[in-house]
Design a protein around this ligand. Structure first.
Ligand SMILES: Cc1ncc(COP(=O)(O)O)c(C=O)c1O
Length: 401
């Protein structure tokens, strides 16, 4: 009998009661703007920044309006100017090249490996083209960070980490976001903590953070920040740095603080679900699981596998058959960008050389959301459905050969 899944792939958990209560308190005061405080009150946003800095081990933290805004601010604060080339992943989501375009930069795409991380050999060949790499830990897969940093340091290339999918994750014990000059995070609904929209920027550079704070729209109120460099750092920067407003507000910060406290616990729940899927799909003929190296301490919020070198029709058949059983798979190999999925060759404002080795991988990437509203039993069921449908299509392909 064909099994069917009836859960929703887009349903996240509710905001914790503590967060709802804190949000209500903020609304009762009416003081939603981060610089609108009364007496010696410390704004929720400033407290959240302090807590996020402590959670990641960064010296400084700035909460902002979105992950995309965090990336553009990091690029600006790193000195990227109109016309500058910026290295970035060919396999990522549209806000990443979009952040580069937003500062007038020109993305130079670097390939993807079968392990769904940036291709370090391709990076080595392109390192002389730019002085900044916007590195996307796309879908939570982290590359060999020691090797990447050694290469970038030797070439004088600054690394900005896009940690939209790696909040709470680490490589070899060092949190993602702590390897490069800046770490950028998103708190958009589908990420590890949820404020609808929002983001963070972390770094250790005093001048870098002073610039980022001014850019985010601090006016001359930067003294109200706590996870920030000493006021003297702003002496010159405050005159030189434009205000490009993208602040976080106290309402979102109030919602996020209790979620941040639960991040580790949630990570364990996410990974338990991930492992059930992985186990359920292991050994499926024609399906390649993505290896998770021991040095990578990931926090899953989605699941990927490869149908490598499959015909497009056959991949489409798997996606359609799974959809008919209630399992929503997204395919990065479709001819047209759809929903959240697009590829380097969909972003026509950013021309690229053809990348046949990456095209082969992208054509086989299947992606699935993994909300915490799924139980481990749900994940076992989803794995059985995918296994059965991949198996059926694979068998018919083999039979046709
Ligand atoms: C890989 C990646 N980077 C950055 C972002 C940007 O985050 P935001 O939506 O908060 O701008 C996203 C959002 O989906 C993303 O998936």
């Amino acid at each position: 009998m064909t099994e069917r899944f009836t859960g929703s792939f887009t349903q996240q958990e509710p905001i914790p009661d503590e967060g709802i209560a804190a949000a209500n308190r903020v609304m009762q005061t009416g003081r939603l703007h981060r610089y609108n405080t009364s007496g010696d009150e410390i704004a929720e946003t400033a407290l959240l920044e302090e807590e996020f800095a402590a959670a990641t081990g960064a010296k400084y933290c700035l909460a902002v309006a979105s992950g995309g805004y965090a990336m553009t601010t990091a690029l600006r604060a790193s000195g990227v100017k109109h016309g500058d080339k910026v290295l970035t992943n060919a396999f990522t989501l549209a806000p990443v090249p979009g952040a580069i375009a937003a500062v007038g930069g020109v993305p130079v795409f670097v390939g993807v490996t079968e392990d769904l991380v940036i291709d370090l050999d391709d990076l080595a060949a392109k390192l002389d083209q730019a002085s900044v790499l916007l590195l996307s830990h796309m879908r939570g897969h982290i590359c060999d960070m020691e090797r990447l940093m050694a290469m970038c340091d030797a070439a004088g290339v600054d690394v900005i980490e896009d940690c939209a999918h790696t909040m709470g994750a680490a490589w070899n014990g060092v949190p993602s976001g702590r390897w490069g000059r800046f770490g950028c995070y998103s708190t958009q609904t589908y990420k590890h903590i949820n404020s609808g929209e929002g983001g963070f920027l972390i770094c250790d550079g005093a001048e870098d953070m002073a610039r980022a704070i001014m850019l985010s729209g601090s006016y001359m109120l930067f003294e109200a920040h706590r996870a920030a460099p000493p006021v003297a750092t702003f002496a010159k920067i405050k005159y030189e740095t434009p205000n490009i407003s993208g602040r976080m507000d106290n309402l979102r910060a109030a919602i996020l603080r209790p979620q941040l406290r639960k991040l580790k616990e949630q990570g364990v729940r996410w990974n338990a679900r991930y492992r059930v899927l992985e186990e359920g799909l292991a050994g499926t003929p024609g399906l390649r699981l993505i290896p998770r190296p021991e040095r990578e301490q990931f926090v899953a919020s989605s699941f990927q596998f490869l149908l490598l070198d499959w015909d497009k029709e056959a991949v489409n058949a798997v996606v359609d058959r799974c959809a008919a059983c209630g399992v929503e798979l997204k395919w990065f190999g479709g001819a047209e960008p759809k929903g959240f999925t697009s590829r380097y060759d969909s972003w026509r404002y950013a021309q690229s050389e053809p990348m046949p080795a990456s095209d082969r991988i992208l054509a086989g990437i299947i992606d699935m959301r993994l909300p915490l509203t799924f139980s481990v039993e749900d994940c076992a069921l989803i794995a059985r459905i995918i296994r059965a449908e991949v198996g059926a299509v694979y068998q018919s392909q083999v039979a046709a050969q």
